[in-house]
Design a protein around this ligand. Sequence first.
Ligand code: AMP
Ligand code: FE
Ligand code: FE
Ligand code: ZN
Length: 281
Amino acid sequence: MIETGHPIDLHTHSLRSDGAFEPAEVVRMAAARGVRTLALSDHDTLDGVAEAVAAGEPLGVRIIPATELNTESEWGDVHILGYFLDPADAKLEARLRWLRENRGRRIELMVERLNELGHAVSLERVQEIAQGGALGRPHLAQALFEAGHVASYDDAFVTLISKDSPAYVSRVGLTPLEAVELVRAHGGVPSLAHPRTAIDLEARLPLLVQAGLCGIECYYVSKDPGVHHGSAETAHFLALAEQYALVPTGGSDFHGRGEHGAPLGGAPVPPGTISALEARR
Ligand code: AMP
Ligand code: FE
Ligand code: FE
Ligand code: ZN
């Protein structure tokens, strides 16, 4: 066992959304790196949670059921992590299904746009890559790379599918406040993911807190210097957490696809984080 990670990781993805590995594989890989508590936080779905729990049990890894809700607004990339949600909550599942359907329609529109631009990719291939998981731009990026339209997975984002790029289509979805409210309404604990991707956060954080935000991802590591938290950023967000009585959370945002995210257990999440989050249920 190579114990090179931190024991808590509250932000990970699997093949149920845009990660590259099955939920059980993510759990086994996390355990091998010394992770003891893992939140599987696939985009707009709780589908991988049961498999992760089953895989975690014999390995002594506690699974926190979670999802990451990407929002659409003028606030930039505001992603809300919802912890302790119930995969058997039918009303919540209906909302998540609506979000996944919107994801699918958006990717369909982006495929159309790419074809018009002369970068032929088929929706069928993108769906194959996703293997039934909630569709997202990472699947499209992989299809573009395979087809030779871009030099790398990351290059697909840079040149074609990031915001303000030619093939970008905005999503139909929740606003940041609606995402926070949705998590609260279903008994979950909402936390703001990778806070550097939000625009003008200081002005908007009070509104998120008022809507029920409970945490903020202070510990976040990335190869992208624009979103990575060095000691200065961590200190900055810890101060905001203190000011608004938010639980400082953290995670790797592991995807295992492209270079996005960090290795499992890659963020130094302090012990005590889980009980602090549980106290906010
Ligand atoms: P979507 O949910 O379809 O809007 O796609 C957003 C996802 O794409 C994020 O959750 C990341 O996994 C990935 N992503 C976003 N920006 C980049 C980037 N610049 N390079 C690589 N992956 C990215
Ligand atoms: Fe993702
Ligand atoms: Fe995110
Ligand atoms: Zn994520």
